[in-house]
Design a protein around this ligand. Structure first.
Ligand SMILES: C[S@@+](CC[C@H](N)C(=O)[O-])C[C@H]1O[C@@H](n2cnc3c(N)ncnc32)[C@H](O)[C@@H]1O
Length: 285
């Protein structure tokens, strides 16, 4: 059965859970955190696409001045900066890949899975269109996510934007959701919620659905003690932390022949590009 792997909260009431566990000192903090848009989204809906996109957008919001200030503080902290960097890196990888291709080459197919609000795709497509890039017209953008409401919203947005984008509802861990081969598969914000066995299964699906010369772009994050403590105890937001070595080991076990990894300036984030051809992405012309 399909599962929303990002929805990790189990307790109906966090304050009651904290009291049960004897962590009464965290209850006032819980109520304070609810004033920040980011923290309240994390507490209510765990690792939702709204939570992720609030960080990507980087615009503080909250109830009263205190909520706004708290939110601004969270967005400036290391883990949030790393988190934001992953969508910017993903967008760069897309643009770099497309710009490395010949204008008279075949159509380029890009998939984001799970797509969430697909910020990296909308921004990359817009940059290519505004810049008059010859491959803009030849690029097809696809998004896959398990949330039907989100898919309906994105389909409307794609229509309004008139980019060549299509979104569909499906389980990232099911073969039947993929349908075709892609030049780039981007995956942000799923691997962190998958245990090792599911992550391997997911990487295998991505590998099997890449066209020759295609690349899989994904990320992993290292733990930061303070934010991990808050996320686990107050948000019940449980994630798997993995290093570059871990991500590469999964890619190798999957059968990818080449991997390239790099970090954001804080060192918490690892981006990985995996494929079967070397070089993975040609340098920018
Ligand atoms: C943290 S968000 C990340 C979304 C997006 N990639 C981003 O970076 O903003 C997690 C997304 O995974 C989706 N999701 C969770 N389990 C899924 C599954 N089994 N198959 C497809 N999508 C899933 C959720 O609906 C949600 O949109």
């Amino acid at each position: 059965m399909s599962a929303f792997h990002n929805r990790t909260r189990r307790s109906p009431s966090i304050p009651r859970k904290l009291l049960r566990e004897g962590k009464f000192y965290l209850v006032p903090l819980y109520y304070l955190l609810l004033t920040s848009d980011l923290a309240s989204e994390g507490i209510r809906n765990s690792g939702s696409y709204r939570f992720a996109d609030h960080i990507y957008a980087g615009k503080p919001g909250g109830k009263y001045l205190v909520g706004y200030l708290l939110d601004a503080l969270f967005l400036r902290m290391k883990p949030a900066r790393s988190f934001r960097a992953r969508y910017l890196f993903a967008k760069d990888e897309i643009l770099r890949f497309i710009r490395s291709k010949q204008a008279d080459g075949p159509e380029i197919e890009i998939l984001a899975v799970p797509c969430g609000l697909a910020r990296e795709m909308f921004e990359a497509a817009q940059e290519l269109r505004v810049g008059g890039h010859p491959l803009y017209e030849k690029t097809a953008w696809h998004g896959l996510d398990l949330d039907p409401e989100l898919i309906a919203r994105l389909s409307k947005r794609a229509e309004d934007s008139s980019h060549n984008m299509s979104f569909r509802c499906g389980d990232a861990l099911l073969e039947g959701s993929y349908g075709r081969g892609y030049d780039i598969i981007i995956s942000l914000g799923l691997g962190e919620f998958l245990d090792d066995a599911h992550l391997l299964e997911f990487y295998k699906l991505a590998h099997a659905h890449l066209k020759p010369g295609g690349v899989f772009v994904t990320s992993g994050i290292k733990s930061q003690r303070f934010s991990d403590y808050l996320l686990r105890n107050i948000g019940e937001l449980h994630t798997y932390y993995r290093s570059a070595t871990d991500l590469r080991a999964f890619a190798n076990e999957t059968g990818f022949k080449e991997t390239r990894t790099y970090h954001d300036p804080t060192g918490l984030l690892t981006m990985m590009v995996a494929g079967d051809q070397f070089p993975l992405v040609s340098p920018e012309p």
